[in-house]
Design a binder for this molecule. Structure first.
Ligand SMILES: [Zn+2]
Length: 532
């Protein structure tokens, strides 16, 4: 081929000829709380709905929430910020979005806000280039709704006691469309509802009646909502219909706000929490989680079909991922090749250390010198101990040694040791490095041996996540829609790559230094060159 023809062909391929690609009108961020990537392959033949539809997109088979405490708040904060918890400041659920200076509209319960979230997120970058862009973010959980859009004061709603509401950080009153949706009282009307399997019994390989599930009560199908309507609304977050309600609410808001109908790109973020609720109660190997994932697949098909109808496929950019995975019940793991699997609890140890410190310092009242938030031991009174003449380093050494001796603990590291570790050879250190900011106040970080889980002091044990293990950190990641190249990508990627990749497709410049990279292998080459 003559050189001029090669250049012309290349130029056409790169978008130099023909219409420049149009930007999507609506970015849809779908987060499934506690969705492990192996669910999508384990039940692949039965997933005929939304999960199958999205398989036509760019499917990343080795994606992680690559940080230390794989909980909901830190996970959601990485998604559209492109930054690790060390940089978003959201390092645990306990110090996530709860904000006592706010209350919830209508219910008057304690509120939440993005007060602790640092830096900017994708919506801020979008808004900086098109002031008319708007965002709607919804979830059953406060943290699932708030954190994907960072600090922006947009339309952000979550579920409380039977209705969708928001905190006084965002609004003074609910808009008419939210009031109208709440007036349907769907969770109240579901009182007494019976949940049977979606498919015939034979479609489920998992045993139904398993003694360690759900505290040993109500372990088999059918499951029921309470007959009292207020009670039904309270426990509604634990049943599959909560996800369909959240999707219907999101769609209703998108319609009312006319999201994506103008000349600019808008953002719709939906976080679906029931997979987490059922995963905790019944575990990732239960018949209940299998059924939940099948139902969610059908709900997503319903939701996506309606988006396609309203916007057309070429106007949508859809992301599907999760905030974390989950570790099986240790009871299950012990029977499946991991005889050492157990729940681990160091609360008594930490209390004993605090009492000892009360004693030696002559503290007039009991103090929480150390606070343990599973995975991270915080030293709250570092300054006071130092002022009293104690060397906190040696105290931390002693406590670390005691924790290391607890059965089931794999390692205890100081932030200094993590900072000095080889993060290529040591993925656990890498995940902790991504988690801790210098001002986090962590004395040490504690990692359990894989297949173990942090137990609750109450004695009621549930399947857990929160570790820097592959079980808890690995998540599905699918990018679908305009500007993307479908295919299966096996390279190791992270959820912090989502925001810079979307920014590239949308032609935006991140306003914060991002930790992720542009997943350019999955971007249509015309978008890499020329976006109008
Ligand atoms: Zn959870």
């Amino acid at each position: 081929m003559p050189i001029i023809a090669v250049v012309a062909t290349l130029s056409a391929a790169l978008g130099g000829r023909g219409p420049a690609p149009a930007k999507p009108r609506l970015v849809v961020m779908i987060t499934v709380d506690q969705l492990r990537p192996d669910y999508l392959t384990r039940w692949r033949t039965q997933l005929t709905g939304g999960f199958r539809l999205l398989q036509a997109g760019a499917v990343f088979t080795n994606a992680s929430q690559d940080h230390g405490v794989t909980e909901t708040a830190p996970g959601h904060a990485t998604l559209l910020s492109g930054r690790w918890p060390a940089h978003t400041g959201i390092i645990t659920n306990a110090v996530g979005v709860i904000d006592s200076s706010t209350t919830l509209l209508v219910t008057g319960n304690p509120g939440a806000s993005p007060r602790r979230f640092r830096g900017t997120a994708l919506f801020d970058w979008l808004h900086a280039t098109s002031a008319a862009s708007r965002a709607l973010s919804v979830s059953r959980k406060d943290r699932g709704a708030i954190l994907p859009i960072g600090s922006a004061r947009q339309e952000v709603y979550w579920y409380d006691a039977g209705l969708f509401t928001t905190s006084t950080f965002y609004r003074d009153s609910l808009p008419p469309w939210v009031r109208a949706f709440n007036a349907l009282r769907i969770p109240f009307k579901a009182a007494g509802h019976e949940y049977r399997l979606l498919l015939p019994d034979s479609a489920y390989a998992e045993p139904d009646s398993v003694p360690w599930e759900s505290g040993g009560h109500g372990v088999s199908f059918p499951h029921y909502l309470p007959t009292d309507s207020a009670r039904a609304a309270l426990v509604y977050p634990g049943v599959s219909s909560m996800d369909s309600l959240t999707l219907a609410f999101a769609l209703s808001g998108a319609d009312a706000m006319r999201l994506g109908r103008g000349d600019v790109t808008d953002l719709l973020a939906v976080s679906l929490s029931t997979t987490d609720a059922i995963g905790h109660t019944f575990g990732p190997d239960s018949r209940e989680i299998h059924d939940q994932v099948l139902r969610l697949d059908r709900y997503l098909a319903w939701f996506l079909d309606r988006l396609f109808d309203r916007y057309g496929r070429d106007k949508l950019l859809i992301v599907l991922t999760a905030d974390h995975g989950v570790t099986p019940y240790p009871d299950f793991s012990r029977l499946h090749g991991h005889p050492q699997a157990q729940f681990v609890n160091i609360d008594t140890l930490v209390s004993a250390v605090n009492q000892q410190l009360d004693h030696v310092t002559g503290s007039p009242a009991p103090r929480d010198w150390f606070v343990f938030d599973p995975g991270i031991l915080f030293l709250r009174d570092n300054g006071r101990l130092a002022a009293l003449g104690y060397r906190t380093d040696s105290i931390v050494d002693v406590v670390a040694r005691r924790i290391r001796a607890v059965a089931g603990v794999a390692r205890v590291d100081t932030p200094a040791a993590i900072a000095a570790a080889d993060t290529v050879a040591d993925p656990i250190a890498r995940r902790w490095l991504h988690h801790l900011s210098p001002d986090a106040g962590a004395a040490v970080v504690v990692t359990l041996a894989e297949w173990n889980a942090w137990g609750w002091p109450s004695g009621i044990q549930i399947a857990e996540h929160g570790q820097p293990s592959d079980l808890d950190a690995r998540v599905p990641l699918i990018l679908w829609g305009t500007g993307l190249r479908g295919g299966v990508y096996g390279t190791r990627v992270n959820t912090v790559d989502i925001a810079p990749t979307l920014a590239r497709v949308l032609g935006l410049s991140p306003l914060s230094v991002v930790d992720g990279r542009v997943l350019s292998e999955a971007i249509d080459v015309r978008w890499l060159v020329d976006v109008k």
